[in-house]
Design a protein around this ligand. Structure first.
Ligand code: NAD
Length: 250
């Protein structure tokens, strides 16, 4: 772990007027939910390009539900790890305004985060694409595929490839990205648009960009100011400890 870089990042976050975090699938890997890019598990059997598009869902929703159900079982079992907890702690200390997450696993909320923008929706609710009825996912847990009262197969309220980002999430994220003074990017390959425009917007507006990832991404050599290479949990533990010591507390 590069302690000097962590110290630098902690100082930036302490002195910044408005801190924002952008998280991706990598932050939840240590909670047992695989990301898209790493070669293992779920996504070796279910190619996201094949199963993760709205066209695939419209074409054969029952087939796509086999993948969704496996993913939901992982999500239901998953608990927040120190990276989720560290971000929630920063929010409680008043050092992090909002977390924009691309994840649909609700782990930031489970960790106690107070302001979270779910950029790609969440798996907590299901909607009917035909009549618009909405259901709590928990209530339909036993059904595969879950169906609406009108008999149509329900779709989780997550953004599939080919679908638009929920308008409010898009608008609010854009606004925060262009007004934040530091952006902490954790565990995203930054390959999925338009979420990957957030670091660019922040940087062009003058924000410091701090990136945590196990490996360099397209951001690292373009918009990132400080790259903390390593697992999200150990980097966040180091960063929160450093910020606490800068603030003079435990
Ligand atoms: P991605 O799969 O494209 O990239 C994940 C990134 O995390 C990679 O750069 C990888 O190097 C990094 N990473 C892996 N393990 C890490 C760790 N322990 N610590 C730090 N970094 C780590 O994910 P993405 O950029 O979020 O984009 C993929 C899309 O997949 C998103 O839209 C997201 O909604 C969706 N997705 C969500 C979940 C979830 O909700 N947990 C899981 C899989 C995919």
């Amino acid at each position: 772990m590069n302690q000097d870089e962590i110290k630098k990042a902690a100082k930036i976050l302490r002195d910044s007027r408005l801190n924002l975090a952008l998280t991706g699938a990598g932050i939840s890997v240590e909670s047992g939910i695989p990301d898209f890019r790493s070669p293992r598990g779920l996504w070796e059997r279910y190619n996201p390009a094949e199963y993760g598009t709205i066209w695939a869902f419209r074409d054969d929703a029952a087939k796509v539900w086999k993948m969704i159900r496996e993913m939901s079982e992982l999500v239901d079992r998953a608990q927040p790890n120190p990276a989720h907890l560290g971000l929630a702690q920063l929010q409680h200390l008043g050092l992090l305004h909002t977390i924009i997450t691309q994840n649909i696993d609700s782990l930031h909320q489970k960790a106690g985060a107070t302001r979270v923008i779910e950029y790609h929706g969440s798996s907590r609710t299901l909607s009917c694409l035909t009549c618009g009825a909405r259901y709590n996912a928990e209530a339909k847990k036993e059904d595969l595929p879950p169906r609406c009262a009108c008999t149509e197969i329900l779709k989780p309220d997550v953004v599939f490839f080919g679908e638009a980002i929920p308008l409010e999430a898009l608008r609010e994220s854009q606004l925060l990205a262009s007004s934040c003074t530091a952006l902490l990017v954790i565990g995203t390959s930054a390959e999925v648009a338009p979420a990957n425009t957030i670091p660019r917007t922040a940087k062009l507006a003058g924000a410091h960009v701090i990136e945590i990832n196990v490996q360099p991404t397209a951001l690292t050599s373009s918009f990132t100011d400080i790259f903390l290479q390593g697992k999200a949990s150990s980097m966040m533990i180091g960063l929160v400890e450093e910020m606490q010591s800068l603030l003079g507390g435990p």
